[in-house]
Write a protein that binds this ligand. Structure first.
Ligand code: SF4
Length: 211
């Protein structure tokens, strides 16, 4: 499938971008984490040829317009250079509209939405999100803190992320924890073991490759 950039024509921003036959949605550049390996903390917003810097956060209507017909894609994936659940209301509204059009929806997340919102938000994802991919990134809190650097107002982020995955598996058909292969101190097999013990899937991924 030909890769095609979808932009807001007035501001020339990449709201939706196409990779691997999927439509990826870039709805915010705000994050709960400050990952040391993140492109934006290394002075670039470019990911696989797309400049994902946002000067504004797109509305529900602007996001849906950028997607167009979701039937052209295998999946529509919330995954930009920010944490999609920072805009949970918008995410849920967009997912609801796209589901009505038959889309398969994946959410790539830091798994910290319940910690940030102060309540268990996983029931709100039921029926809207078909697959959830959570950046686990480490086999323990020390390694997680070193690489992901959660903001200090969110203590206990590592355990909260695992708890989110555990709760999500009850309402989302496919839940996968991921970790980046090759990051210093990250034990991929130990990460896989934790995922298996939690009863979810695991995938090792490569740095800066959108999946
Ligand atoms: S969660 Fe993703 S976008 Fe946010 S800082 Fe980490 S790598 Fe960057």
């Amino acid at each position: 499938m030909t890769e095609q950039v979808k932009t807001n024509s007035a501001l020339d921003e990449v709201i939706a971008y196409e990779l691997h036959g999927n439509c990826y949605l870039n709805i915010t550049d705000r994050c709960t984490l400050r990952c040391a390996f993140c492109p934006k903390f290394n002075k670039t917003f470019e990911v696989q040829g797309y400049d994902l810097r946002l000067k504004f956060e797109p509305s529900v209507g602007e996001i849906l317009a950028a997607v167009g017909d979701p039937g052209r894609y295998k999946e529509t994936v919330f995954c930009g250079l920010g944490e999609p659940t920072q805009r949970l209301d918008v995410l849920l509204q967009v997912a609801g509209k796209l589901k009505q059009q038959g889309a398969r929806i994946r959410l790539n997340s830091d798994g910290l939405a319940s910690l940030v919102q102060g309540r268990d938000v996983t029931p709100e994802l039921a029926g809207l999100i078909d697959a959830l991919s959570i950046s686990m990134n480490a086999q323990n809190e020390d390694v997680y803190k070193r690489h992901c650097r959660p903001k200090k107002e969110y203590p206990g982020a590592y355990q909260a992320m695992l708890e989110f995955a555990n709760k999500a598996k009850a309402v989302i058909p496919s839940v996968t924890l991921t970790a980046i292969d090759g990051l210093e101190g990250v034990d991929i097999e130990a990460c896989r073991k934790i995922a298996i013990e939690l009863g979810v899937q695991f995938r090792g991924r490569q740095l800066d490759v959108v999946g």
